[in-house]
Design a protein around this ligand. Structure first.
Ligand code: SF4
Length: 221
């Protein structure tokens, strides 16, 4: 069973798959504690906020409500309701769950799976899943980057506020923890002007890519 905060269809607004019609499965629960998190409602699995899955997906439920669903309930719901074939499994922190069976079942139905993770937990998913790792270092939850998660990253989408974040990214790239050459995206934190300018400069200097959270500029979820 998976604890789900929401499932919705939209356009992927970040990173390598920007512009791709996507079904987002947001799992409930995250112990990382980023101060600038824009989905704080997905942090806690409080019993008092639990509602039936059917209500969760049919309604205008409040943000921090969540519901439990089995793999087959998720697959049936997706098949009935959406067109996109690209699935983004996000959170919360989706890698607090073992996603192997879910991703394999989705792939057997013709979906492509992308997992968005903070990199603080090992990624347990099908070998074909695309892993977007957004390193969250020195956050309130005091979790460290998980070496196995780093070795699994297809894409590193680093949130950038200051030069310190650029230095952190360079440390990761200089480590021998990356088993493949991930695509590198810099993402300005909270669309701040200074952070955006820094990202542009560093992308040009290092031949990296810019991720600007397109969905926030065109006002979609
Ligand atoms: S890892 Fe993601 S969901 Fe968790 S606190 Fe950080 S930004 Fe929010």
């Amino acid at each position: 069973m998976y604890n789900i905060n929401e499932i919705f269809e939209t356009i992927q607004g970040e990173g390598h798959f920007t512009g791709k019609p996507s079904i987002f499965i947001r799992l409930q629960g995250c112990p990382v504690g980023c101060s600038w998190c824009d989905t704080k409602h997905s942090w806690f699995v409080n019993e008092e906020n639990r509602i039936p899955f059917k209500e969760l997906v049919n309604e205008n439920s409040i943000l921090n409500s969540w519901g439990q669903a089995s793999e087959s309930e998720i697959l049936n719901f997706l098949a009935k309701k959406f067109n996109a074939r690209h699935i983004v499994i996000t959170g919360g922190e989706p890698c607090i769950y073992d996603l192997t069976s879910l991703t394999e079942s989705l792939e057997s139905q013709g979906y492509f799976c992308q997992i968005e993770t903070s990199g603080t937990f090992e990624v347990k998913a099908s070998s074909k899943s695309w892993v977007t790792l957004s390193p969250k270092i020195n956050m309130k939850g005091k979790l460290k980057l998980n070496h196995k998660a780093l070795s699994r990253a297809n894409e590193i989408k680093h949130p950038i506020g200051t030069h310190k974040d650029i230095a952190n990214l360079k440390n990761i790239l200089a480590s021998n923890l990356l088993k493949q050459q991930p695509k590198i995206y810099l993402q300005p934190i909270s669309q701040k002007e200074r952070a955006t300018k820094l990202c542009v400069q560093e992308c040009i200097k290092n031949n990296w890519n810019l991720s600007i959270q397109v969905h926030k500029y065109i006002n979609i979820d």
